[in-house]
Design a protein around this ligand. Structure first.
Ligand code: PLP
Length: 398
């Protein structure tokens, strides 16, 4: 038996992918499962974006590009950051990587070493703690409160900071809760980070998917001091429904982006060349289709939140963004269903899948036991069917 490195033994497989795999396997057997596991929009990539990739292919744009992305793509990102976020950067402050996830990993690799601590508010996106562990540093998980919209308060943040704190991960709007920080909340967070000299890793991948006129703000845009400490991460996956194309980017101080570019040059080089040209089109052409997508997401959110809050013993926070709901199911834990005691959120989700054919992801995978995550990147017909099944399942519990 070959002995694997310690490093890989510290991380676990992504729990969101695990439930999705199980649900897909059941579907393949012909079982009618309603899946709420997916972390990607259910819309197709818009036609003009696909066409730009086809054109690039035909134009022979099939060779290595500069590691950090072609200049046309960097310029489209620079224009976007200025237009949408009020942020001014230069080309050497931008790095394009194979998805936002890869951008985040590059950041972890160039910033972290043994002894460093990274503050991660829970519920968190599943990859944050594991990417920290993979780089020998320590994730410091801070539980947030449902009544605060699952957002960390400046007091909670300050309390978690030690002399070893290197970075803080901000994810607004959040996966899995949909909670999003207002400008004044960000100002208070930024004040603490600047005073304590802590790097802010701002994952803004759901920036465009916000509801009820919510004003999205990039923390780096608040002032020059927080900008000097912030690396903003974004990408094409969620906003343009391009999860399979693999494109993300980071914007931040030249020294950090330069180090990440050097690293990427030794690991993966540039991302797929046709994808780069497709994203140039995505960023530079009309964003109008997004209005329809967001409207449809909001319609689904309104329906699900209302249904859950009408179910006995369940509370469901009304998210400002992203495409997830995160209902609190804790009042059902410790009860029995189907002749078995259901003690944990994982057992609860397993019961829903096995007995009622609905796939949800247990909150403990996101550092929040007692909850579950449902993605509403699925049709209204599926949503209605799935919620009917959950409502029926709850009647089994006594
Ligand atoms: C989907 C997602 C990402 C990035 O996904 P990529 O496909 O790698 O760009 C990053 N952060 C969060 C919170 C996400 O949900």
């Amino acid at each position: 038996m070959v002995k694997l490195a310690q490093r890989i033994q510290k991380v676990k497989p992504s729990p969101t992918l695990a439930i999705d795999t199980k649900a897909k396997a059941m579907k393949a057997e012909g079982i009618d499962v309603v899946g709420f596991g997916a972390g990607e929009p259910d819309f197709d990539t818009p036609e003009h974006i696909k066409q730009a990739a086809i054109d690039a292919l035909h134009a022979g744009k099939t060779k290595y590009t500069p590691v950090g992305g072609v200049n046309e793509l960097k310029d489209a990102i620079l224009a976007k950051l200025k237009r949408d976020n009020g942020l001014t950067y230069t080309r050497d402050e931008i790095l394009v990587s194979c998805g936002g996830k890869h951008s985040l990993y590059n950041i972890a690799q160039v910033l972290l070493e043994a002894g460093d601590e990274v503050i991660i508010p829970a519920p968190y996106w599943v990859s944050y703690p594991d990417q920290v562990l993979l780089n020998d540093a320590k994730p410091v998980v801070v539980e947030t409160k449902e009544e605060n919209g699952f957002k960390i308060t400046p007091q909670e943040l300050e309390k978690a900071i030690t002399s070893n704190t290197k970075a803080f991960v901000l994810n607004s709007p959040s996966n899995p809760t949909g909670g999003a920080y207002t400008r004044s909340e960000l100002e208070a967070i930024a004040e603490v980070l600047v005073r304590k000299n802590v790097v802010c890793i701002s994952d803004e991948i759901y920036e465009k998917i916000v509801y009820d006129g919510f004003e999205f703000v990039s923390i780096a845009s608040l002032n020059d001091k927080i900008k000097a400490l912030t690396i903003t991460v974004n990408g094409a996956s969620k906003v343009y429904s391009m999860t399979g194309w693999r494109m993300g980017y980071a914007a931040g101080p030249k020294e950090i982006i330069g180090a990440m570019t050097k690293l990427q040059g030794q690991v993966t080089t540039n991302i797929n060349s046709m994808t780069q040209w497709a994203v140039v089109a995505a960023l530079n052409q009309s964003q109008d289709f997004l209005k329809d997508w967001v409207k449809e997401f909001q319609r689904r959110r309104d329906y699900i939140v209302k249904r859950f809050n009408g179910m006995p013993g369940i509370t469901c926070y009304n998210p400002q963004g992203a495409f997830y709901v995160f209902p609190n199911i804790s009042s059902y834990l410790g009860k029995s269903a189907g002749g078995k005691k259901i003690e944990t959120d994982s057992a609860f989700c397993e019961y829903l899948l096995e007995k009622h054919l609905v796939a949800c992801v247990a909150g403990s995978g996101f550092g929040a036991p007692g909850y579950m995550r449902l993605s509403y990147a699925t049709s209204m017909a599926n949503i209605e069917k799935g919620l009917d099944r959950i409502e029926k399942a709850l009647k089994d519990f006594a």
